[in-house]
Design a protein around this ligand. Sequence first.
Ligand SMILES: N[C@@H](CCC[C@H](N)C(=O)O)C(=O)O
Length: 372
Amino acid sequence: MAAVAAAISNSFTTLPHRYFTSTNRFRSLSLSISTSISLSTIQSNSPRPIISLKNPNFRLLASAAMNVEAPDKIPASSFLDRRESGILHFVKYQGLGNDFILVDNRDSTEPRVTPEQAVKLCDRNFGIGADGVIFAMPGTNGTDYSMRIFNSDGSEPEMCGNGVRCFARFIAELENLQGKQSFTIHTGAGLIVPEIQEDGKVKVDMGEPILKASDVPTRLPANKDDAVVKSELNVDGETWNVTCVSMGNPHCVTFGTKENKDLLVDNLNLAEIGPKFEHHAVFPARTNTEFVQVYSHSHLKMCVWERGAGATLACGTGACATVVAAVLEGRAGRNCRVDLPGGPLEIEWREENNHVYMTGPAEVVFYGSVSL
Ligand SMILES: N[C@@H](CCC[C@H](N)C(=O)O)C(=O)O
């Protein structure tokens, strides 16, 4: 069978790479990442199918590939344990289509990838493709682990909800843990506690929302206690009603404009309006923005423009902020299903301890190696 291999140039050196599927993890194919890819053919006699493709990014990578050879059933931990210099072994995960490159960084407090490298790795045309790179690091202050993350633009956020669910599954895989498991994780937003449930979903104690305007942070004046709730914000000549919430990272939640009080999120031009919120002068640390439609007191629909990553299929911290804002605006109760483009999350803002809980899936997409 003739297969195609890609040669690498620019900052990535020439190297054959292997990618693995999650379901049949160790069917493999070679692949390379480049900022200018030249294609050449190589011969393979392998009778194996190249791969079954559900994920469009994976198809992109696989279409630049390759020669299939397949060791069956190598444990993920031993794959990730390999420490060739200049080569990064990773696992790509997704939580409702919010996708991340997970790096085993348990042996160091320095991320193994720089922000500049993260930008290249996240590139959906010339890289692996992801919304961010997440590092599993040693714990601090008595926690089991620390999590750091770079957005796809290289900036470093304090927290990532979908990412922390992927993180928990990644740790379970690295440590070869089965069944119900819980970890304490130090993040830029403080202590976060994910619990892997029997069904494989992950329920996360996301801690308390921060509402004080200067801590979100926003320069909008507080109008309810210290918080900004249903305040008017002029964006590009239109007046939006916004509530500002931090889940460790900043969120601006809107249910509509002054003219059109109830959003229909499918009618939004997200790519046009999203960046105008993200870079608005009232958000000194930029902001994530959630555009929300209310179906009922316990069912919301939301799309998101993320700080440092743009339109993503889901945002866990954003879904939490959305429910907090919906409660503060009197639009919903404390237990909601939030439908995102990538699927639903269950969110509870618990009255007795003021903590927000998020439950949702996290899955392996593929395993791979790149040269840095
Ligand atoms: N997708 C994430 C949030 C990631 C960080 C965000 N882009 C920021 O800069 O704050 C989530 O699931 O929470």
